[in-house]
Design a protein. Structure first.
Lengths: 463, 433
């Protein structure tokens, strides 16, 4: 519980309407989009209108040593915005302006509360796009996606959020405001602080402005869906496409459990006995190149024994193909009350091995696991369908999750391809980095946030 | 046990929600307020907290649950198919059970329940309205002269001097009827937009449809359901089931999506634990059809009957007509079929106008903040008239035009169709003479 003195100071900084304290409001900020996480109500939620207010709130939190949890839309899947140590939730949604679109330098400068899709809408008239497209592109904020370093369906060809962040303005834990990076393509001055704060999950500073790179929108695209009766054949197809020097914009996979569930849910015409389907799209600005790449992809699928290939002949058919992929998570989520979604990632050559390991884990712990994801960049979404109220099953779920991450790391992969660590994966960090690696990160944290007021309990666990 | 009697019954809907937050993209209230407590998943979390015993039926809880337009935009967006409006309406009923109904609402709903008194009140009102309202110079509406619970900037439409049902016979006969229908006029058409009601009758007559307009019909009860007074709503549902259940008709025509949804869905929900009434409500629901769907799908749009209407119009989708009854194409088909009429889509035509019936009374400023986007979308089309299919939306859009500096006529879809029929008849007469 915060003292009345602190609340009064917050009201003085932000105005009464920007300080929420009711029990009801606190409940609505006690969670985010992550399943199987504890809920915790914050002490207060503040909604600043200006950067100056953010600085003042940080200074106040510092003075009274109150935890500060920065929040965008709260759509993350790592438990990253749950105020597990209570404190002040700093909702950035009112700082949602596009400060500048610089079409000559192919950059945009935005405030952190801006929803990603708004940026895409604003730059469309310049023939430009901001490529990172997480599933929550229409709800998630720029600040949140930079802080979680989110990915999306186009990661293989276009990269992820960190590949597009060129500069930041950050409020440090002591209230100092710094600027990192800038508009120039080349910039090697000093340490790369832009990268440090990107994906830092609000544990090192509070982002108040973001400069991002934009690219010309690809003019042509071709899409298809290929069906396989064998996982290895699908895996070899993925490897062969890349080794033939075609980099599809989208290269998605769905396993048999997902295929059956999607078909049952959306009736999109998928064969329920298939072991895997691949959803592929090539794009570019020269039509002939796109067509050639598409033909190559088609040929490789055939050579690797795809039992069926569906080519999208129109935008409507393309939408149909992508609808099947987009239905994956909702369809799986319908099956059971609780949906535990992970993002373990392996080198793409290990995809068949990872899929087989997941099948074995499902069997071993007697769980329903559907897997889909971004095969082209090795980022899979094993999705465990369970029921939070079933204590015994949840124990098996937790053991299965442990094993999923263990296998991913053994295969040379990583804990998180695009969701971030937050609370959900903090306990596994040592597996990936070793004690020494964690120690380096801890030193960075201690240097920048010595009192650990910024999003405590995340990334390293119990700090 | 119905969903209005126990929160336990909405548990299955709650369990479907995975808190992904996709509802944030479309919730008109959240898009203005940007606070978690105003969007579906936040309210669902609150209802869960009450069910777990972590939260009581507090005033704050009731206030949060009041912040919903039941526009069903989140239902349509939800990847898990959560019927959020069901949770909201069920919870509002639980709140009323636990906290009681606000005395003013109790009075108003009591009047709605007693059609005679409601009718008398509104008829008397039509005579004296000049004393309390000052007419707007061009829009169809008036400002209140005193702040009696209405915002002074607000304009509301005039009450008809004689309500629609008093101007029409109970049965409108035609020679050799192709179909026989009942017409549920709804309150807005009966008391405010009488001309549109007459247009409905003329159109049906022109298509050889016999019409029954039961005199004893009354408010459908949607405003009462929306505010959680399930007991009153049940009585009204039973009354309408009795009134319409005994009619030998092919269809029951509605001219408002909310009324249509109430007859089509809510009566069954309200009467779920009364097997006899439930079956009757189900039979009535099967006959419910919106006037534009009836014309396009049941009668067939006869282009020979259509004369020119030289207008550039845009169409606003009422939430309950579009997402509630699934009526989206028929009004557009009618408009596009009319010669001389230029139809232009507005941006986000299916976004709520912010009225939500009585929500615009209880949350006027927020309602207008939401509405502002609608006026902007209408302006951008360059249309010279607005068409829609719901009286509440018409009231809201008229008031919104006044607020945001726009001055266009607004019509029900049937009024434009009636104009087109009239134009053709005039043409035919000219040729004949």
């Amino acid at each position: 519980m915060l003292s009345q003195e602190v609340l009064n100071e917050l009201i003085k900084i932000l105005g009464k309407e920007n300080v929420l304290t009711s029990k009801e409001d606190m409940i609505t900020y006690s969670f985010d989009a992550t399943a199987d996480m504890p809920s915790q109500e914050p002490d207060v939620v503040v909604t600043p209108d200006t950067k100056e207010q953010v600085v003042a709130v940080v200074k106040l939190a510092n003075k009274y040593q109150i935890p500060l949890i920065t929040r965008g839309s709260g759509t993350n899947l790592s438990g990253g915005t749950i105020p597990i140590k209570k404190g002040i939730v700093l909702s950035m949604l009112k700082l949602d302006k596009i400060v500048e679109i610089d079409a000559e330098n192919l950059t945009a400068r935005v405030q952190p509360g801006l929803v990603i899709q708004r940026l895409n809408e604003a730059v469309a008239s310049y023939g430009l796009i901001y490529p990172p497209d997480p599933g929550t592109v229409t709800t998630a904020t720029m600040g949140g996606s930079v802080s979680e370093c989110s990915g999306g369906l186009r990661g293989l060809k276009y990269g992820v959020t960190k590949d597009y962040v060129m500069g930041l303005e950050v409020v440090m834990a002591n209230g100092d405001v710094i600027r990192t990076g800038g508009k120039t393509v080349k910039n090697v001055s000093g340490y790369d602080l832009t990268k440090l704060f990107t994906g830092a999950e609000g544990t090192l500073g509070i982002i108040t402005e973001i400069t991002v790179k934009l690219i010309p929108a690809p003019k042509y695209r071709r899409s298809m869906l290929a069906i396989f009766d064998n996982l290895d054949k699908a895996g070899k197809t993925i490897a062969d496409i890349i080794s033939n020097q075609v980099i599809p914009a989208t290269l998605e996979i769905m396993d048999n459990v997902t295929i059956r569930t999607v078909e049952n849910y959306a009736k999109v015409g998928l064969p329920t006995d298939a072991e895997a389907v691949l959803i592929l799209e090539v794009d570019g600005s020269i039509e002939q190149v796109v067509v050639n790449e598409f033909n190559t992809v088609q040929k490789i699928c055939k050579e690797n024994g795809a039992v069926d290939i569906k080519l999208a002949q129109s935008d409507a058919e393309r939408d149909g193909i992508f609808a099947a992929r987009r239905a994956a998570l909702p369809a799986l989520a319908q099956v059971k009350p609780t949906t535990v979604l992970e993002d373990a990632t392996v080198p793409r050559s290990k995809i068949p091995e990872m899929l087989k390991a997941l099948k074995n884990i499902a069997k071993k712990y007697n769980l329903q696991i559907g897997t889909f994801g971004h095969a082209g960049d090795g980022n899979l979404h094993p999705t465990i369908l369970t029921d939070e109220s079933d204590k015994e099953e949840m124990e098996r779920v937790h053991k299965a999750v442990d094993e999923i991450f263990k296998v991913a790391i053994e295969l040379g992969g990583t804990l998180s391809g695009e969701h971030g660590i937050g609370m959900a994966k903090a306990k596994y960090m040592e597996w990936e980095f070793g004690q020494e690696g964690i120690a380096v990160m801890q030193k960075i944290k201690d240097a920048l946030d010595p009192d650990h007021i910024l999003n405590p309990g995340k990334m390293f666990g119990g700090n | 046990m119905t969903m209005y009697d126990s929160l336990e019954t909405v548990k299955a809907e709650l369990a479907k929600c995975m808190k992904c937050g996709n509802c944030q993209e479309v919730c008109p209230i959240y898009l203005e307020e940007r606070k978690e407590g105003t969007v579906a998943r936040g309210k669902i979390k609150l209802v869960e907290a009450v069910l777990k015993g972590d939260l009581k039926y507090t005033d704050g809880f009731a206030e949060k649950l009041a912040l919903c337009l039941t526009c069903k935009a989140c239902n349509a967006k939800c990847p898990c198919g959560v019927k959020v409006d069901k949770i909201i309406l069920g919870t509002r009923a639980a709140i009323v059970k636990n906290k009681g109904l606000h005395p003013l609402k109790k009075f108003i709903f009591g009047t709605l329940k007693r059609p005679g008194l409601f009718n008398f009140g509104l008829k008397t009102g039509s005579v004296f309205q000049g004393l309390v309202f000052k007419k707007h110079k061009s829009l169809n509406g008036s400002y209140p002269r005193f702040p009696f619970g209405l915002d002074l900037k607000r304009i509301i439409p005039p009450l008809a001097s004689t309500p629609l049902r008093d101007q029409l016979p109970e049965v409108v006969k035609v020679d050799n009827p192709v179909k026989k229908v009942a017409f549920f006029t709804g309150c807005t058409m009966n008391y405010l937009y009488v001309d549109a009601g007459k247009a409905v009758v003329n159109i049906l007559k022109r298509n050889n449809v016999e019409i029954v307009i039961p005199k004893d019909q009354h408010c459908c009860s949607m405003p009462i359901i929306a505010h959680g007074d399930a007991e009153t709503a049940k009585e009204m549902a039973k009354s309408h089931v009795d009134i319409f259940g005994k009619l030998d008709v092919d269809a029951i025509i509605t001219t408002c999506g909310s009324c249509g949804c109430t007859f089509g869905h809510h009566y069954q929900e309200l009467l779920e634990d009364d097997p006899e009434y439930y079956e009757k409500a189900k039979a009535i629901a099967a006959k419910i059809i919106d006037i534009s769907d009836f014309i396009v799908k049941e009668i067939g749009l006869d282009k020979v009957k259509l004369g020119p209407v030289n207008m550039k119009v845009t169409y606003h989708d009422p939430c309950h007509l579009n997402r509630g009854m699934g009526v989206k194409d028929s009004p557009r088909e009618i408009l596009k079929a009319i010669p001389g009429l230029e139809f232009v889509e507005m941006k986000n035509a299916d976004r709520c106008c912010g009225s939500a019936g009585s929500f615009s009374l209880t949350h006027y400023d927020l309602s207008m903040d939401i509405h502002k986007h609608k006026t902007e979308a209408i302006k951008a089309t360059g249309a010279d008239a607005i068409v829609t299919g719901c009286g509440s939306c018409i009231m809201q859009i008229t008031d919104g035009m006044n607020r945001f500096d726009l001055n266009l006529p607004i019509y029900y879809t049937v009024e434009i169709l009636a104009k087109s029929y009239a134009a053709k008849e005039a043409e035919d007469k000219k040729v004949a003479s």
